[in-house]
Write a protein that binds this ligand. Sequence first.
Ligand code: SF4
Ligand code: SF4
Length: 352
Amino acid sequence: MDTEWSNKNKKMQTLISKEMTFAEGIKLLFELRAQLFEQITSIVKTFPAVAFYQMPFGMGEGNQHTTLAWSLWHLFRIEDIVLHTLILKDEQVLFKDGWLDKTNSPIITTANELDGDAMIDFSEVLNIQVTYEYCKAVMESTNQMLERLQFADLKRTFTTADRERLVASKCVSPEESSVWLIDYWCGKNIAGLIKMPFSRHWIMHVEAMQRIKNKLCQQAKKGVDQIAYCGLSCAHCFLTAWCGSCRTIYNTCSFATCSPDGVCPNTACCKEKGLDGCYECSELYDCKKGFYSLGKDTNAIRAMALFIQKHGKTELLRVLDKLHSKKKFEKIQEILGEEIDQGLKILEEWRK
Ligand code: SF4
Ligand code: SF4
């Protein structure tokens, strides 16, 4: 489990368990949830639609043996059901404002009962952008409840009537894979529900989503040219574990994710000019587009592209292998980035 999130979660649990520090604990819970939701936003905003119905780890035990779409749905359906049907005894977000129709979901359950092909089929029909907005609406309604929550509320437990209400909602499948959830939730008090599903459950599934999207990136990169359009080597890039390369639809390169249309300006320009990369361009040395607009911070990339222009991609990869066996990515960027010609000269010296 991510150490920062896990520590924050533990600290939050300790703080809310004492009246004096309860408010501080709730504040930390908001902070943790916001941080985790940021990860969800980044995945939804940067990954292509097809990514959401892939199951790159295949069938098996563990939260990563799912799809991104399923993870989103499952996480927030559970929160919606627990918050509204169990705790607040009012209407779930899903049944208000046409969310169910808009998400295009064929089910109203937590989706625990889905597996394999059924999970993929469900994920494919789900409207991801709308589902993301639904998740946001659920998160906000939970946050409103948490804002009103008093220390004394933490001890509140649940009755047979609460349990029956959950069953009657038909939001938990009667199948063995799902039905246990009802007893699990009803066996907790509010303090227990803050842990599962309102905090730890988020960490578990956001981490699984990260593993899924990283695996998709690695799969996408297999057999693809390792040199990015700008001249960087994906094989040596510090983002390589999280980025699927600008030569695939899984491009989460830093510049692409910051660009309004999600495409790196260097990639777009090369494609427009019909070039394999900026290293084939006559304007390379003075270009101010995309990565090359950042001056000293990205001089190293220009030096690499200039090196490719003179010696080819294979030679750059060979030199970078040597350099990376001695120094870390950041240090190499720093040394090569001091000055463009100097950076190119250093790369050439490493050819020997
Ligand atoms: S950020 Fe650029 S160089 Fe790094 S892995 Fe992504 S596309 Fe490749
Ligand atoms: S103009 Fe700049 S961004 Fe476009 S291909 Fe040439 S070097 Fe690359």
